[in-house]
Design a protein. Structure first.
Length: 486
C-alpha cells in the first residue's frame, strides 16, 4: 500500500456530500480569534482594576489595555501566529505569542516612563494585568484549538478538501507530507488522465487503488463545490502537460497550486519566499540571520566565561590526575574543520596514550586499549571536552552546534553523505542536538553518521536562543546518565 492509503482510510465518507468551500468559515474563525485576543486583554485589565483597587481609574486602564490588545494582535498577525493552522496547534505558537506579548508590554511600560506618565499608572495594576492577560491569552488559545479540532472531527465543515492531479512519485511524497502535517485537511483523491490504464497496470505501488478518475471528473466535482484546493503534482520537466492541465482547471472555483519537485519536497524545512518580488522556493535559510548572530555570540562569550570560572577547580583536578597517571601532555590538540570549512585546533584533555592527527585517525571504540584509566572516566562523562570552553571564548566554536570531526573523518563522510557539508554553515559546538538525542560516540557505520547529520541540519534550520538553552539543559542529563560514550 502507498502513503496515500493511510490518509484516505481516515476520511469520513459521509462527509463527501456536496458543500460550499470552507475558506470563508476558516477566515471567520481567524478574525474571531483576533477579536477574542483584544477582548481577553481588556477583560484582564478589568480584573486587575478590581484586584489592585484602582476602580477610580477604570476608563484609563481599559483604554490602555484595548490599545495594547490591538497592538499585540497586529503583532501576532505579522508574525504568522494568527493563522488557522497556528490556532489548531497552540503549542507550536506558544513561545512566539509569549515573546511578542512580552515585547508589547515592555514597550508600553518604557513608553510610559519616557512620556512621564508613569505617576498616573499604577505599577501594581500593570503587573497584575500583565500576568492575568498572559495566562488568559494562552488559556484561550488552548480552548480555541480544542473547539476547532472538535469542529473538524464533528462534521468536516472546516476541513479543506484537497484534490491531487497526477499519479506520480511527487504525488506520493506530497501526500506523505500531508499525512504528517496536514491537520484539518481532507484528501478527496488523485485524478489523472491515465486513470484507467493505471488501475489496470498497477504501475505505482498502492497509488492506483485510490485514483478517483480523470481531469473531467475532477472538474465536475470542483464545479459543485466539493473541492477547495487542487494540487498539480506533475514533473516540472513536463511543462507542457502542467500548462495544459492548468488551462483546463482555470475556470474552477478553487485554489489551483503547483506542487514543487522532489528536491524541495524532500527538504522538510523548505519555505516559499520572494526575491525581487518573484516567488521562489527556499530550500535552506541563511543561519543566524538578523539578531541571531549577535545573540549567539553573546551567549557563547558570556556563558563560556562563566563556565570557565565555575569549573576551573575541576579542570585543575583533572589536569593533576592526568599528570599523576603517567608521562605525556595534559591537553590534546587536533585539527578539525569549523565554520566555513576553516581548520582550527580543538582542545581536549588527553585520554589516550596516543595523539593521532592527520590522514589516518582511528575512532575510539568500546574497550579501546589506547584509552587510559583516567581517560575512560573522563570520556564517559564528557569531562575531556571541558577545555573546548577556551575554543568558544576564542571564537573557534560555540557552546551548541554540530560536533566537529577529525579532518580525516570529515573528508571521508563528505563523500558519501548528502548535505554533510551543510554542518559547516555554523560554528561547531561542544554539545549539540544530535548528542543530547543519544547520537554520541563511535559512528562506524555511514547510516549512523547520516542520522547525526540529519539532527545537525535540523538544529541549524530551527536555531533559536531558547533551542540552545534547551540543549544545554538536556546536556546536563546526558552527562549524568551517559550513553554510547567511551
Amino acid at each position: 500500500m502507498g502513503k496515500i492509503e493511510s490518509v484516505l482510510a481516515t476520511q469520513n465518507k459521509s462527509h463527501m456530500g456536496r458543500r460550499s468551500r470552507s475558506g470563508r468559515s476558516r477566515d471567520f474563525f481567524v478574525e474571531l480569534a483576533a477579536i477574542i485576543n483584544i477582548a481577553i486583554i481588556a477583560a484582564a485589565s478589568l480584573l486587575a482594576v478590581i484586584i489592585s483597587g484602582e476602580q477610580a481609574h477604570f476608563i484609563r486602564y481599559l483604554s490602555i489595555s484595548i490599545l495594547g490588545g490591538i497592538g499585540a494582535t497586529e503583532f501576532f498577525i505579522q508574525g504568522g501566529y494568527q493563522t488557522f493552522d497556528r490556532l489548531l496547534s497552540p503549542w507550536r505558537a506558544l513561545r512566539g505569542l509569549v515573546w511578542r506579548w512580552g515585547l508589547v508590554l515592555a514597550s508600553m511600560l518604557i513608553g510610559a516612563l519616557l512620556m512621564d506618565i508613569d505617576e498616573s499608572l499604577s505599577f501594581r495594576w500593570f503587573v497584575i494585568w500583565a500576568t492575568l492577560s498572559t495566562i488568559l491569552l494562552l488559556a484561550s488559545r488552548m480552548l480555541i484549538a480544542h473547539i476547532l479540532s472538535s469542529a473538524l472531527q464533528f462534521d468536516g465543515a472546516l476541513s479543506r478538501r484537497v484534490a491531487v492531479v497526477g499519479a506520480t512519485s511527487i504525488a506520493e511524497k506530497f501526500v506523505e507530507r500531508l499525512n504528517e502535517h496536514g491537520k484539518g485537511i481532507s484528501l478527496v483523491g488523485v485524478f489523472d488522465e491515465r486513470a484507467e490504464q493505471l488501475r489496470e497496470s498497477r504501475e505505482l505501488m498502492g497509488l492506483e487503488d485510490y485514483i478517483e478518475g480523470d481531469i473531467d471528473q475532477l472538474i465536475e466535482m470542483a464545479s459543485s463545490g466539493e473541492v477547495d484546493d487542487v494540487v498539480i503534482c506533475l514533473p516540472w520537466a513536463a511543462d507542457n502537460r502542467i500548462e495544459s492541465v492548468f488551462h483546463r482547471l482555470a475556470v474552477l472555483p478553487a485554489n489551483i497550486v503547483v506542487c514543487p519537485d522532489m528536491l524541495w519536497l524532500n527538504k522538510s524545512h523548505g519555505q516559499v519566499s520572494k526575491l525581487a518580488g518573484v516567488p521562489v522556493l527556499k530550500i535552506h535559510r541563511r543561519p543566524l540571520e538578523g539578531w541571531g548572530g549577535i545573540l549567539k555570540a553573546v551567549e557563547d562569550r558570556v556563558l563560556s566565561f562563566l563556565f570557565i570560572a565555575l569549573l576551573s577547580p575541576l579542570m585543575a583536578l583533572i589536569a593533576l590526575a592526568i599528570r599523576l597517571e603517567g608521562a605525556g601532555p595534559v591537553l590534546f590538540t587536533q585539527r578539525r574543520h569549523g565554520f566555513g570549512h576553516e581548520a582550527f585546533n580543538i582542545y581536549k584533555f588527553r585520554t589516550m596514550r596516543v595523539a593521532e592527527d592527520g590522514d589516518d585517525v582511528r575512532q575510539a571504540t568500546k574497550n579501546d586499549d589506547r584509552v587510559t584509566r583516567v581517560g575512560a572516566f573522563l570520556r564517559k562523562y564528557s569531562l575531556d571536552e571541558l577545555p573546548q570552553l577556551f575554543n568558544v571564548l576564542k571564537g573557534d566554536m560555540s557552546l551548541v552546534g554540530p560536533r566537529p570531526h577529525a579532518i580525516a573523518h570529515n573528508e571521508q563522510y563528505a563523500k558519501v553523505i548528502a548535505d554533510y557539508a551543510g554542518r559547516h554553515r555554523v560554528k561547531p559546538g561542544i554539545t549539540g542536538w544530535a548528542q543530547v538525542n543519544g547520537l554520541r560516540g563511535e559512528t562506524s557505520e555511514t547510516v549512523m553518521m547520516a542520522t547525526r547529520v540529519r539532527f545537525d541540519l535540523n538544529y541549524i534550520e530551527h536555531w533559536s536562543l531558547w533551542f540552545d538553552l534547551r540543549i544545554l539543559m538536556m546536556t546536563i542529563w546526558a552527562v549524568i546518565f551517559p550513553k554510547n560514550a567511551y
